[in-house]
Write a protein that binds this ligand. Structure first.
Ligand code: FMN
Length: 214
């Protein structure tokens, strides 16, 4: 077996696209998020709504994966998943999560921490119906995160439910979560690793903001 030993020490990029100073940001972090999100959306051909969400298991082990942000407002950020998946089980035990958006092309990162709750059954139902019918069937046949005996078997099950013309039904274990933020951080890459970092934390019923050392 060949040995792999790769050195990435020379992989260096200078960040100099824009700046983020405290006088430039909104007092309301969700408005600031909205501004950066809209800029990312119009910047280019990437999924601006893809976010890494980290959860922590009962025995304190963190895990991360990408999910898609589907709605945001002053109330929080909404995404959809399988409540029986690994993330779903971890959230049920500990609803503190951390979310990360990495906008590489813009040399930006947004971090959001908070707690998640399930959204109402009706809101999950309403969104489920807007999904392409194939995705609805997909959610019906997938026991997300559970070991699978055979991928071919799953594909067969999917084809047979698709061919049956049976009306898709949202599984009870599939639905939305809302992340209620208590912390935001906006990071803009700067030359010489002297990056701009602005944080907001929710204390005593209001948002306080400040600057962090890079
Ligand atoms: C671009 C992208 C978008 C994804 N969107 C979702 C999503 O919205 N909901 C979801 O449950 N999984 C989504 N996934 C799959 C998850 O990353 C993950 O594989 C899955 O949710 C199982 O994670 P878990 O075993 O930690 O629960 C997405 C993956 C990628 C790469």
């Amino acid at each position: 077996m060949s040995e792999i030993n790769k050195n990435l020490h020379q992989e260096r990029k200078s960040y100099d696209q824009s700046t983020l100073r405290i006088h430039m940001v909104d007092n309301d972090p969700i408005k600031q998020f909205d501004q950066w999100y809209c800029e990312a959306e119009s910047f280019g051909d990437f999924e601006a709504n893809a976010m890494v969400i980290s959860t922590v298991s009962m025995d304190g082990r963190p895990s991360s994966r990408v999910v898609l942000l589907k709605e945001y407002s002053n109330e929080g950020l909404i995404f959809f998943s399988n409540y029986d998946s690994r993330k779903g089980r971890e959230i049920a035990a500990n609803n503190a999560v951390s979310v990360l958006f990495f906008y590489e092309q813009m040399q930006r990162q947004i971090r959001i921490d908070g707690r998640v709750e399930k959204i109402s059954e009706k809101a999950s139902e309403d969104y489920f119906k807007t999904r392409p019918i194939e995705s609805q069937y997909g959610a019906m046949v997938s026991q997300q995160s559970h070991p699978l005996a055979s991928k071919d078997e799953l594909e067969k099950e999917f084809q047979s439910i698709l061919n049956s013309n049976k009306k898709p039904q949202r599984p009870k274990h599939w639905g939305g979560y809302i992340l209620k933020p208590s912390y935001f951080e906006f990071w803009q890459g700067r030359p010489n690793r002297l990056h701009d970092r602005i944080y907001y934390s929710f204390e005593k019923k209001s948002w306080n903001k400040g600057i962090l050392s890079p």
